[in-house]
Design a protein around this ligand. Structure first.
Ligand code: VTB
Length: 335
């Protein structure tokens, strides 16, 4: 992929973040998401790519924008795009920390095309690359990771989504002796923190969204970390009710159409098939990974984490926008 695309992608997540931020603390996660999606789509369509959305807002028959299979861009090299215009719509609506606008891109065929379903995820930084195995018990993984990091198990820091489905597991992790940092939402930021040297986080484990999983995989691959995942049908995660089974069966059918198997171990290389990937993530609200947006009248400042896998660079870009001078679509959703 052309290196100069990275900055264009940063511009796209910045626009989406600004649009989402306009809805900060308004209790309306759908309006926040719609605004971010529309701006992200407009800006992607101004970008010099021949892009295909492989991870997006859903399927075409649900009539979303940025649906899986949608073509974006105004011509250029063929790229796969995975987007989450607001990773943390609830966090944005409720004014909570760690909401991001994120995008990952790679050459055509690079990123896993997966339906919007759940994914079990285990993520570590570069020093523990090669030692994880989701087919083994978590206790074995933690022991192997602690050994690779050359620290006692009692000092291993594991982050996990604080959801009821993990309550029992969190108790088990405490009994294993690791430190558990449970975060309310936003596993993309938590996954990336495993690869940030200044962060205390060693491991991220959770059952969260598959779209977030693929976006994370691109960032983790670019940063030299490691990740494994497993797509889980809804009734395996949320309880075997009639409705969950119906939705789960639909996910299984969709997986078959996309040529992937649920419940099967996915390695990092299955989710992000090349090092030449780009990740852009802009803070909407203040977070552990990046700062949130600050606004003074029409001037807004953003912070973006921009990672290029080709040469292993990670940049933090601070930008200042005069919202009055953006193009109409952006202005409409940000001013
Ligand atoms: C997951 C996680 C995300 O929302 O999708 C979660 O991957 C939703 O979980 O990072 P539930 O279905 O249990 O509500 C996030 O935390 C935020 O988008």
């Amino acid at each position: 992929m052309k290196g100069d695309l990275a900055i264009a992608f940063a511009r796209v997540t910045e626009g989406a973040a600004l649009a989402g931020h306009k809805w900060l603390g308004r209790g309306d996660k759908i309006a926040a998401d719609n605004a971010a999606v529309e701006v992200m789509r407009t800006l992607l369509n101004h970008t010099n790519i021949n892009g295909e959305i492989v991870i997006g807002e859903g399927e075409i028959d649900e009539a979303p924008m940025l649906y899986i299979g949608e073509h974006v861009g105004c011509g250029g090299c063929a790229v796969d795009i995975a987007v989450d215009p607001i990773e943390g719509t609830r966090m944005t609506a409720m004014g909570q920390n760690n909401a991001l606008a994120v995008l990952a891109a790679g050459d055509k065929g690079c990123l896993l095309k997966a339906p919007d379903m759940y994914m079990e995820k285990l993520v570590v930084g570069p020093q523990a690359k090669g030692v994880i195995d989701l087919d083994k018990p978590l206790a074995d993984n933690f022991a192997a990771i602690a050994k690779a990091l050359n620290k006692p198990l009692s000092e291993l820091v594991v982050t996990i989504l604080a959801k009821p489905r993990h309550d029992q597991l969190i108790t088990e992790m405490h009994a294993m002796g690791v430190r558990v940092f449970a975060f309310p939402d936003g596993d993309v930021a938590a996954a990336i923190l495993t690869c940030i040297p200044e962060s205390d986080v060693d491991v991220m484990y959770c059952i969260g969204g598959a779209p977030e999983g693929v976006v994370s995989a691109a960032a983790i691959r670019a940063l030299g970390g490691d990740m494994q995942g497993r797509l889980l049908p809804r009734h395996h995660v949320k309880g075997d009710t009639e409705e969950n089974r119906r939705l789960g069966e639909m996910e299984i059918r969709r997986c078959a159409e996309m040529g992937i198997e649920p419940n099967k171990l996915l390695r990092l290389e299955d989710m992000a098939r090349s090092d030449d990937v780009i990740f852009a993530g802009t803070g909407i609200t203040k977070g552990d990974l990046v700062e949130g947006i600050q606004r003074r009248g029409n001037i807004a400042t953003t912070e973006t984490l921009l990672i290029s896998g080709k040469c292993g660079t990670m940049r933090r870009i601070q930008s200042s926008y005069d919202l009055n001078r953006q193009d109409e679509a952006v202005k409409q959703h940000t001013l």
